[in-house]
Design a protein around this ligand. Structure first.
Ligand SMILES: [Zn+2]
Length: 311
């Protein structure tokens, strides 16, 4: 009898754990013919920094965009850490996603300790399949931060495998390998970022800056490399500091537009390209489906007023 009770208790516990786990993964969107994009970042702010603009543009057209932070960000502050910081940062990205119109999920891996394990690879394979992604975005593998590098490896290792039936057979495999693309970065070795697609984010730059402003632990308070001097000392001081943070973020996207002005011309035409102030750029990963320019225009339906997928 004691054994039976123990087994029942164990079963209840297993069910509870799986219920809690599934509660954290947002339900996949309906199959309504809209685009399905899943973006991976190592920390709760990476996707928002790299794809907040294009995410808002997709969302405004009714496409389904999910930002996944592969770690919980629990050491990303100079004064606080652990569970309370992870909770704070999850709330920050949830606030940002409400502004951008995107969906967000934060995986419970420790910040600074992410490894390209089989378990993590399988987690990402399942997430990409569940979202039935047309397009997957990630960082490149050459980056100062080990979590960024390992996020890139994990996404690269999930590419193609999402189409293989007998890995993670509990989640239906994808018939088509999605298109995989990288965010842009400033690293030069082994080769600098290419802009295979570049998007004018001027129409949503304020929305992106508003979303980033929600992440006070990172940008107002300085994240892991901040200190007491970052903390606002008065409402006026706070205003000044928030304005400085917004300016810094805008400058990154201004620099992207400047750097890839030629590529902007290829997508928007020379005249329009000259007007673009803020941009986000993306590079094709060779391990996903290799898209034609026509397919890229369907995945990024921002260039000629046409909108959405029909594959
Ligand atoms: Zn990061």
């Amino acid at each position: 009898m004691k054994h039976v009770l123990q087994s029942v208790a164990a079963l209840c516990l297993t069910l509870l754990v799986s219920l809690l786990a599934s509660a954290q993964t947002p339900a996949p969107p309906p199959e309504d013919g809209k685009l399905r994009i899943i973006c991976f970042g190592a920390h709760p702010d990476d996707c928002e920094l790299q794809a907040g603009g294009v995410g808002a543009l997709w969302a405004a057209q009714g496409h389904h965009v999910k930002f996944v932070s592969v770690t919980n960000g629990d050491i990303g502050h100079w004064r606080e850490a652990g569970g309370p910081l992870a909770t704070r940062r999850r709330k920050e990205v949830e606030g940002a996603s409400r502004i951008l119109g995107t969906t967000v999920e934060v995986l419970d891996n420790h910040d600074g300790e992410l490894m390209p394990t089989l378990e993590n690879r399988q987690k990402l394979i399942r997430l990409i399949r569940q979202w039935k992604a047309d397009l997957v975005l990630s960082p490149r593998a050459w980056d100062y931060h080990p979590d960024h590098r390992n996020t890139s490896l994990l996404v690269q290792d999930a590419a193609y495998m999402v189409t293989v039936p007998f890995i993670c057979p509990d989640v239906p495999f994808l018939k088509d390998n999605p298109v995989f693309m990288y965010y842009t970065d400033r690293f030069q070795k082994p080769y600098p970022s290419q802009a295979d697609v570049i998007v004018n984010i001027d129409p949503v730059i304020d929305k992106k800056l508003d979303a980033l402003a929600v992440m006070e632990s990172q940008f107002l308070e300085g994240g892991a490399n901040g200190n007491e001097s970052f903390m606002p000392t008065s409402p006026k001081d706070r205003e000044v500091k928030v304005a400085r943070v917004r300016q810094g973020h805008a400058a990154r996207n201004l620099a992207t537009a400047e750097r890839f002005r030629k590529e902007l011309g290829e997508w928007y035409g020379q005249d329009k390209a000259k007007q673009v102030k803020h941009a986000e750029a993306f590079e094709i990963c060779e391990y996903g489906r290799r898209p034609s320019k026509e397919e890229l225009k369907k995945l990024f339906p921002f260039f000629d007023g046409s909108g959405g997928k029909s594959r």
